[in-house]
Design a protein around this ligand. Structure first.
Ligand SMILES: Nc1ncnc2c1ncn2[C@@H]1O[C@H](COP(=O)(O)OP(=O)(O)OP(=O)(O)O)[C@@H](O)[C@H]1O
Length: 834
């Protein structure tokens, strides 16, 4: 008699991973990966936004599942079942050759677990990143989630439900459960059925199903928006998939060739079943070459938004595509990648999702910091070869984008202009590239004459491509406005983390497009494209006097106490000393600007926060980059996104924004681009200093969730070896600690704490606008505080001269900085001449 296999006990490597996570991520940093209770309800999508989402809930309704389970499975439960509760999947029969198949599907929640050690893992991963959302990718088991948006994206790159279910079935250890099949079918049946195509400046509604178009023509809203006098429905053949050349690729060929090149042949020793699976995957790919006929009718330009809205109401979300190769109405831009530019395999892969069927699809590409999003954007521009508008978060990024275009492509410098508060240039030819900021375009109210003229120019023409840099950062209302005022054929959103702490992330799906590609951070680190990072959480016990005060304080004061905890200060001092001696460049992040200044001044380090003037910022950043005596920089929240930071190899976080996963990821991103990443055994370091037994520990584990899901393991350090022997260790005597505590209490009592946390949204506006508002009450100087505090308690601040001021004084006499200044001056002149 054949032995009945139990699914719950056969997910290979599960135990191993569990063990790993216990040893490497103790305490609060336990990964949420396997067995996580995440459900669709907890994703970033809300029900009201998307009809299809309702279908998910219905299709994957747990009650529905449970009733099925009881009916069909009652008998299968055995003596061990009660250990698994709702997670007893023993009723699912495994396929006889399940060992060769890398996936397991959770019928309750649509989770897909991938054995990343399987020989088929690479293929399976490619497939899964196309159809599902990566949820967690630690060493051995990866978790993906099927969501309406991920399936929408899959349809947008040309897969149909049959393909998705077939490949899933081939790779799965169990037959694809019926509710998962239904879910895939119900989510995908309407997506992509209707496309909005701009061809020769005319908008068309296009579909491969003529009946669908007839239905739309009869609709009371859409019917009247058809261009009167135009042919009812025209029929042409669909473009062939993969006929496109993406510049910068090795074979400079599109999807099919790129995919074929990457298709790994079965290794020696792999058995026949695996070869079968390879063969099926390849067969499925071949299907995509079939060209269908497409039918279309023309619609009026003004009707586009109404039609999109109406189609959504009808449950037929419109897919936007740009047939740029047949766009003869817009001038062609003379741009190509330089022959030396070779895009990397993941950059190529992300672009092949965008240009999969020879047209440009709008959507989001997610790559970790430093992985080269700029070059992806530039290559997209070189592929489309039409007018491009790029939106950045700061005027500094604007300058960088322009420089990168000049570095990687053969664009004529006159064809790429910038639009910022200081520069309102236009390109000279009949088409070109404009690099600007969200703020410049989204700004409401009266503009200066030049700015208005520039806006008229931007609004008065059609763009081939709009690149939205750092889309996760731009306030939702801003990108909504930008997208509505600029007429563009395609949109590409670039980001490192599709995370927002507000609920606006799903807006991106509809305002820009679905996620087209998300890279695996660990894979990129292993391949040396980004740095390997050691993450550690350092537990700092509170001193008795601080903890006593903590227990008797309100939450605002408690947070000040856990930041100013003398043991945390000592840990920070020790780590700075240790890493400076190793030759690292260190950034210490503190959201709390009071703590930032106290720490930096006591340790005699430079610091930058919202109120640091632009010239001082530049001076400090230059010193941090080039001066071997300035190796540590203290940074407030503005360093998360708004500053172009020089390279660092060690990060220390002393205060953060509650449980913000995005901030944690952004901060880690600051060290991923370390140039030394390819040195033998090189690691960058990321420390989070956490005061033990305080609420900060809870926030800390929440913050780490995203990075843990990317495969990072946070080690917990409970004692820093040798800290006691550090010369000049601060706060070693009870008197010093008491003095610090009384300063903290005075600061809290002074009511000056309102300005301790900078408002990043404000900064977003401020940096771009170039005019810095002074925030009331946020200015803290020793003088002001000592007046409030009675003087003697601020003794340490008075004694320690600010390193920032020292730098300012030294600047004049340092020949190196004279040279830097001269070079800058030259560059500025050269740019002006350009
Ligand atoms: N294909 C490539 N070949 C060589 N160098 C590359 C390639 N792609 C990117 N780079 C280099 O990698 C570095 C990081 O690129 P880039 O600044 O575009 O990253 P990013 O993803 O935009 O990072 P961030 O999110 O921090 O802005 C740059 O120095 C860039 O020139």
């Amino acid at each position: 008699m054949p032995v009945k296999r139990k699914a719950s006990s056969t997910v290979k490597g599960a135990d191993k991973t569990k063990k790993d996570s216990v040893t490497s991520t103790p305490g609060p940093a336990t990964p949420r990966s396997i067995g996580s209770s995440d459900e669709y309800e907890s994703s970033d999508v809300t029900e009201s936004e998307d009809e299809a989402h309702k279908r998910v809930k219905t299709a994957l309704d747990i009650k529905e599942y449970k009733s099925k389970k009881v009916g069909s499975v009652g008998k299968a439960r055995d003596s061990a079942s009660h250990h698994f509760g709702d997670h007893d999947f023993s009723y699912l029969s495994l396929k006889p050759d399940h060992d060769n198949r890398p996936l397991w599907i959770d019928p309750q929640k649509g989770r897909i677990i991938l054995e990343s050690f399987s020989p088929l893992a690479t293929h399976a991963q490619d497939f899964l990143t196309t159809v599902a959302e990566p949820a967690s990718r630690p060493a051995f088991l990866h978790e993906y989630k099927l969501t309406p948006h991920s399936l929408y994206a899959a349809v947008s790159v040309g897969l149909d439900p049959k393909d998705i279910i077939n490949v899933l079935d081939r790779l799965s250890k169990i037959p694809v459960p019926d509710n998962i099949r239904n879910f895939i079918t119900s989510c995908t049946q309407s997506y992509g059925k209707v496309k909005l195509v701009l061809k020769n400046t005319k908008h068309y509604l296009e579909s491969s199903d003529p009946e669908m178009l007839q239905r739309l023509l009869k609709d009371e809203v859409i019917g009247p928006l058809r261009v009167q006098g135009a042919e009812d429905i025209t029929t042409t053949s669909a473009p062939k998939m993969g006929a496109l050349v993406i510049p910068g690729t090795k074979n400079a060929a599109g999807v099919q060739q790129a995919a074929a090149e990457q298709q790994k042949q079965p290794q020696e020793g792999e058995n026949v079943n695996q070869e079968d699976i390879f063969a099926t995957l390849n067969e499925d790919d071949d299907d995509e070459d079939d060209a269908d006929a497409v039918h279309a009718f023309e619609i009026v330009d003004e009707g586009v938004e109404h039609i999109q809205k109406r189609c959504l109401e009808l449950g037929l979300p419109v897919l936007e595509e740009y047939d740029f190769r047949n766009d003869d109405a817009n001038a062609t831009l003379d741009i190509d990648l330089k022959p030396t530019a070779q895009i990397r395999h993941y950059q190529e892969k992300s672009l092949s999702k965008m240009f999969g069927n020879g047209r440009a699809k709008s959507g989001l590409i997610v790559l970790p910091c430093g992985a080269g999003k700029t070059l992806v954007g530039i290559t997209a521009a070189c592929t489309i070869k039409k007018g491009v508008i790029i939106l950045c978060t700061s005027s500094m990024s604007v300058v960088q984008w322009r420089q990168e275009f000049l570095k990687w492509s053969n664009i004529n410098p006159n064809d790429i202009a910038v639009f910022t508060s200081d520069n309102k240039e236009k390109f000279t030819g009949n088409t070109g590239i404009i690099v600007t900021t969200y703020n410049m375009v989204a700004q409401k109210g009266k503009r200066s004459y030049d700015s208005q003229k520039m806006m008229d120019f931007l609004q008065g023409r059609e763009w081939g491509l709009m690149i939205l840099d750092e889309v996760h950062v731009a306030p939702a209302h801003m990108f909504r406005r930008v997208v509505s005022v600029i007429k563009t054929h395609s949109k590409l959103g670039l980001t490192a983390t599709l995370l927002r702490e507000d609920d606006k992330i799903s807006d991106l799906n509809f305002l820009i497009g679905p996620k087209l590609y998300e890279a695996n951070w660990m894979e990129l680190a292993e391949q040396g494209h980004i740095a390997r990072v050691q993450c550690a959480e350092v537990w700092c016990p509170m001193t008795t006097e601080f903890y006593q005060e903590y227990l008797n304080s309100n939450s605002k004061k408690q947070s000040l106490l856990w930041i100013m905890n003398p043991r945390k200060f000592q840990a920070c001092q020790f780590l700075i000393d240790y890493h400076e001696k190793r030759g690292d460049k260190i950034i210490v992040f503190s959201d709390n600007v009071y703590a930032l200044q106290v720490y930096a001044q006591k340790l005699k380090k430079v610091f930058i926060f919202g109120e640091t003037s632009n010239s001082e910022r530049l001076r400090i950043l230059e010193n941090f980059q080039h001066n071997e005596n300035i190796n540590t920089l203290f940074l407030s929240k503005i360093g998360d996104t708004s500053l172009d930071l020089p390279e660092a190899t060690c990060l220390i976080q002393i205060s953060s924004h509650f449980g913000s996963r995005r901030q944690e990821a952004q901060r880690l991103g600051r060290i991923l681009r370390a140039k030394r990443r390819n040195d033998e055994g090189f690691n960058a370091f990321f420390y989070s200093l956490v005061s033990k037994d305080t609420q900060e520990m809870v926030y800390s584990s929440k913050r780490q969730a995203f990075l843990v899901d990317q495969g990072y393991a946070f080690k917990v350090i409970t004692h820093l070896q040798g800290i006691e022997n550090l010369p000049d260790l601060a706060f070693t005597t009870p008197l010093e600690r008491k003095e610090l505590l009384s300063n903290v209490c005075i600061h809290d009592d002074s009511g000056d704490t309102a300005g301790d946390y900078e408002d990043v949204d404000d900064l977003f506006h401020r940096i771009d606008g170039g005019k810095r508002k002074k925030k009331k009450g946020a200015k803290r100087t020793a003088g002001t505080l000592s007046e409030l505090a009675g003087g003697q308690d601020m003794a340490y601040v008075e004694q320690n001269k600010s390193r920032n001021k020292e730098l300012k004084k030294k600047k004049e006499s340092n020949p190196f900085f004279k040279k830097v200044q001269r070079e800058q001056q030259k560059r500025r002149l050269a740019r002006d001449e350009e």
